[in-house]
Write a protein that binds this ligand. Structure first.
Ligand code: FAD
Length: 478
């Protein structure tokens, strides 16, 4: 019997109308292809019917980029196989995978590889059900961006299919597209392109030797400025000892910490994390990766000295080592990222118009401090509650407004849009981390130049001339 590839939307599929932003969309049909050939067959039907296609990975995105606005949903969760593993002449290790493989599945697959030294794939947006295709398409920046850099630098090649069903193998630096007279690397256009130009059907991941030792240290400060200055000092200092180095610097403010403390008994994964005193304003989590224990110890000692000089509370300092302990700490950070999502879930039961309301700021040193205090003052004046957290090691902070009503949601969204408009370019940009999708589009379009938006329109025209992929993401195509 011929396999049915396309299913009409009914209640069975209602969870595919939203992602972790809790935004809800609409669609006529859905498919779960298991191979590139099946993707081709599905696209033949959608093309004939001029039906737009929204691509989905793990639906862990928080900006509605995988939420359909109409047409067809192509969910890639069943394309989760490892295709091959190889070591190139220069000794680098590569894994070829399908796009729907989750981080969880990928880690298990890498652990099963028989190699002289354990390997890993560094990108980790902390949500282990995110897929590699989703991470590539949002250029998700995980907690260890500080040491390992962009997720996309750990992808050596991709295979993409356009709406006409044509396939291209792309490698960084090898294929280009000319947009408004400027040449752009084609692989870079797809990586971070939020599925607007085609579907990634395969990825070649560059693996790295896994550090033998990982230590995590949590520093606590009663004054937010101290926590931020401590982070600045860490960013300005070189810590490398025998290849060991700081991999992550993460920031959590008291709103997020207090919310986590309140939820501790419900969330089994963070139950065993020590309690945090209510006087604490900020926690800064630092992770050190390396092969030699003595080298990591030396870095840890230097960190403790710097922590004390910024009034860090030595009685509260947490230290963890070994994978199971580090996993607990990672779970704590992940739970922090979930606080706003859980809050939205609760308030949405009273008003479904509320979705996640977050903004990212990316500024160097004092710029970040200045803007955080400015934003905090305005939010206090407007009686809006917010949580501040994120990858401070990469100069990025995420601010989530936690609205209690739709009125507060609208007030918060208007404030975000106003800041986006006034954000002085000399200080930095309201950035695209966590994606732009549909929910951050209005903010994004106010922060980037007209020339940049024009480039996006040109790319869309050249690579998706009938505007069939992921309508509504990033730009509005008429
Ligand atoms: C608790 C929590 C913590 C998070 N922490 C971080 C973080 O630290 N840093 C960060 O950047 N993000 C973070 N995220 C956001 C999210 O996990 C990432 O954006 C992730 O990369 C999305 O992967 P996904 O598979 O769920 O993609 P989806 O949400 O399903 O899709 C995201 C986008 O990618 C497109 N897409 C997916 N697969 C393909 C494909 N094969 N071809 C073309 N387009 C495709 C979709 O169309 C959509 O536009 C977090 C989310 C949660 C819930």
């Amino acid at each position: 019997m011929k396999k049915q590839l396309i299913h009409s939307m009914d209640d069975t599929y209602h969870e595919y109308l939203r992602d972790e932003s809790k935004m809800r969309g609409a669609a006529d049909s859905i498919s779960f292809p298991e191979s590139e050939a099946e993707i081709g067959n599905i696209l033949r039907v959608t093309r004939e019917n001029r039906m737009p296609v929204t691509i989905q990975g793990g639906k862990t995105g928080v900006v509605g980029s995988a939420v359909p606005s109409r047409g067809h949903i192509m969910n890639l969760s069943l394309m989760n196989k490892v295709k091959s593993f190889f070591i190139a002449e220069a000794g680098e290790a590569f894994l070829k995978v399908e796009p729907g493989i989750t981080l969880n599945e990928l880690r298990k697959a890498i652990d099963r590889l028989e190699t002289p030294k354990a390997l890993f794939w560094p990108p980790d947006p902390s949500e282990s059900t995110a897929t590699v295709g989703g991470i590539a398409s949002t250029d998700a920046k995980g907690i260890c961006f500080h040491l390992y850099g962009k997720s996309t630098s750990h992808i050596s090649g991709i295979r993409v299919m356009n709406a006409e069903g044509s396939i291209r193998d792309l490698k960084s630096g090898q294929d280009a597209i000319v947009i408004n007279g400027k040449s752009k690397d084609l692989q870079d256009v797809y990586l971070g392109g939020e599925g607007m130009y085609g579907v990634i059907t395969e990825l070649t991941l560059r693996l790295m030797p896994k550090p033998r030792e990982i230590w995590g240290i949590g520093f606590f400060f009663e004054d937010r400025e101290d926590g931020m200055s401590f982070s600045d000092q860490l960013k300005a200092t070189s810590f490398e000892v025998q290849g060991a180095n700081i991999a992550a610097i993460e920031y959590l403010d008291h709103t997020i910490i207090n919310a986590l403390e309140r939820r501790k008994n419900e969330l089994t994964k963070i139950k065993h994390i020590p309690d945090v005193a209510t006087r604490i304003a900020t926690m800064v989590y630092v992770e050190i990766h390396g092969d030699q224990e003595e080298a990591i110890e030396e870095i840890a000692e230097a960190l403790m000295t710097i922590g004390s000089s910024f009034n860090g509370d030595p009685d509260q300092t947490w230290a963890f080592s070994g994978e199971p302990e580090i996993d607990k700490m990672r779970n704590f950070l992940h739970a922090a990222a979930e606080i706003a999502i859980l809050h939205v879930e609760k308030v949405r039961s009273e008003d479904h118009r509320i979705t996640k309301l977050g903004i990212d700021i990316s500024l160097e040193g004092d710029g970040l401090k200045t803007w955080v205090s400015r934003i905090e003052k305005t939010l206090q004046k407007e009686n809006l509650k917010a949580g501040y957290w994120g990858h401070i090691g990469s100069n990025r902070l995420h601010i989530d407004i936690l609205p209690g009503s739709y009125g507060e949601f609208v007030k918060g969204r208007t404030l975000f849009e106003t800041w986006a408009e006034r954000f002085p370019a000399s200080l930095g940009n309201a950035i695209t981390s966590y994606g732009i999708g549909k929910l951050k589009k209005s903010i994004f379009l106010k922060t980037v130049s007209k020339a940049y938006i024009e480039d996006l329109h040109q790319m869309k025209k050249q690579l998706d001339k009938h505007n069939l992929w992921n309508p509504g993401n990033m730009i509005e195509v008429l």
